[in-house]
Design a protein around this ligand. Structure first.
Ligand code: C2G
Length: 129
């Protein structure tokens, strides 16, 4: 069984997120999503609209997602790859090169981001109209 992992905030779930999850899942048979906790997001300078619990429930409703775990630190990725027996780490190419250190533990794949959609853009567009 090919096991895949990805990381993210996934707030205001949108089709760019879904497209990432669909392509990530297509690289294996099982997809783990490490979902940024509210505290970790503060460190990323992100304030979420939905709580971690709400974001977890939404991701668990996505058929491409098999397991949601908390992302609490930048340093947990190597541990997660071992703990969940991961074959492939996947993330959008806005992170290109940032996680190459994982290559000694698993395959590292950066996928093209879906253009013209982001949680920030949704908030701005909604505010305008
Ligand atoms: N994404 C995408 N296309 C978009 C928007 C997002 O492919 N238009 C991807 C991102 O590249 C990422 C995932 O969807 O792989 C989740 O995006 P975010 O919630 O913004 O995640 P981010 O804040 O980048 O967190 O340790 C890694 C970080 O937790 C990543």
């Amino acid at each position: 069984m090919q096991r895949v992992i990805t990381y993210g905030t996934y707030d205001l779930l949108h089709y760019g997120h879904i497209e990432l999850l669909r392509r990530a899942r297509a690289l294996g048979d099982y997809l783990v999503v490490a979902l940024s906790t509210d505290e970790f997001n503060e460190g990323k300078g992100k304030r979420c609209y939905y709580s971690w619990e709400q974001r977890r429930r939404m991701l668990e409703a996505v058929r491409f997602v098999d397991l949601v775990i908390p992302e609490r630190t930048w340093e947990q990725k190597t541990h997660d790859v071992a703990r969940y027996n991961i074959d492939t780490f996947v993330i959008g190419d806005d992170w290109e090169g940032k996680f190459d250190f994982l290559e000694e533990h698993c395959e590292v794949v950066y996928l093209p981001r879906t253009p013209d959609i982001s949680s920030t853009r949704i908030k701005v567009d909604l505010h305008k109209n």
